[in-house]
Design a protein around this ligand. Structure first.
Ligand code: F6P
Length: 362
């Protein structure tokens, strides 16, 4: 008897989503016994029958090298707090019962949710209401527990490292301080690892509040040593000692998490006061989320997709696929969303950066 499995992508997109979708669809169809229903635009799609469609081998042909998600996504769709307009006023109501009814109506044996912390928490709530969830960890931020890495992170690193390589040549020609602001929300993984790979001189991450004085000292020390330029990578969530994060837009009913951004400009303004050098800022922004996935992310995404299907077959619901060492394993979703996975300020990677002479602003 053919069983149905649903798949959706929630939260911000990232490279590799299509590799997972393709993995699930190919695995399901080639092995037989499964029909895959693609749900468009995250959990919102479960409120609109026209957004739920069968995925065939034809639907996933050629999508492996494509960034984004063929299913669409949203980081505002939460069935436990869904916007409705009443008398011209937007109210937020719980429509999760309707979602559960629709999952039953679609006759889904399981629902595969590709998401980061936010989407997986929603998935967990739906599981408590009886939906058979399987999680797949997605985010360029790499801030999910219980998996060594999330897919999307590697491609974002490639983009940030490439930007640093390019900034190096122009920084050197003009004897400038170049600041690169990267994403990562409250975690410094993208900044730290791209900074190491791209030969940055200073890396500022949310896990280590920084001192402007220390940054200036680092740049000046390089100058004294004959290096007339410096490269600073700053994570969007980094903040100064005795200071706070720079927030572009605060969280609200319609925006579940605050939008960060602008710390690069802050650092530029502050260090301009103590350095007699030109300072320029590049905000890498959504370039980190776009583009073709790296080889690593295509492979990881494909392995995650096949493992997610295997978990569905074994009825191992409430589990998330994860990479541990070189193996793909299953871990409880609940454990993955306990808190964010942050950089350990005294851990090996931070210490490696410092051993390489990179300053972390402390
Ligand atoms: O979580 C992924 C991420 O790209 C973060 O690094 C960033 O802070 C945020 O999403 C940006 O979200 P949006 O696309 O809504 O601006």
């Amino acid at each position: 008897m053919t069983q149905r499995i649903g798949i959706l992508t929630g939260g911000g997109d990232c490279p590799g989503l299509n590799a997972v979708i393709r993995g699930v669809v190919k695995g399901a169809i080639l092995q037989g016994g499964w029909e895959v229903i693609g749900i468009e635009d995250g959990f919102d799609g479960l409120l609109a029958p026209e957004k739920c469609r069968p995925l065939s081998l034809e639907s996933v042909r050629g999508i492996l090298p494509r960034g984004g998600t063929i299913l669409g996504t949203t980081n505002r769709g939460n069935p436990f707090s869904s916007p409705v307009i009443k008398d011209g006023v937007t109210e937020y109501i719980d429509v999760s019962d309707e979602v559960v009814r629709n999952v039953e109506g679609l006759d889904l044996a399981a629902l595969i949710v590709l998401g980061g912390e936010g989407s997986l928490k929603i998935a967990l709530e739906l599981m408590r209401k009886g939906v058979h969830i399987i999680g797949v960890p997605k985010t360029i931020d790499n801030d999910l527990l219980e998996t060594d890495v999330t897919f999307g992170f590697n491609t974002a690193l490639e983009t940030a490292t490439d930007a640093l390589d390019k900034l190096h040549t122009t920084a050197e020609s003009h004897h400038r301080v170049m600041i690169l602001e990267v994403m990562g929300r409250y975690a410094g993984w993208i900044a730290l690892e791209s900074g190491i790979a791209g030969g940055a001189d200073v890396i500022l991450i949310p896990e280590i509040p920084f001192s402007i004085e220390k940054i200036c000292q680092s740049v000046q020390a390089r100058r004294k040593g004959g290096r007339n330029f410096s490269i600073i990578v700053v994570a969007e969530g980094a903040f100064p000692l005795q200071g706070s994060r720079v927030v572009r837009e605060g969280a609200s009913d319609s925006l579940p998490v605050e939008r960060l951004g602008g710390i690069g400009d802050y650092v530029a303004r502050e260090i301009a006061g103590c350095l007699d050098m030109d300072v320029r800022v590049t905000v890498l922004g959504h370039l980190q989320r776009g583009g073709s996935p790296s080889t690593f992310d295509r492979c990881l995404g494909s392995r995650f997709g096949i493992k997610a299907l295997e978990l569905a077959e074994q009825k191992k619901y409430g589990q998330m696929v994860a990479l541990k060492g070189r193996s793909i394993v299953a871990v409880p979703v609940e454990r993955a969303v306990r808190r964010l996975k942050l950089v350990d300020p005294e851990g090996e990677t931070a210490r490696c950066a410092e051993a390489l002479g990179i300053k972390l602003g402390r």
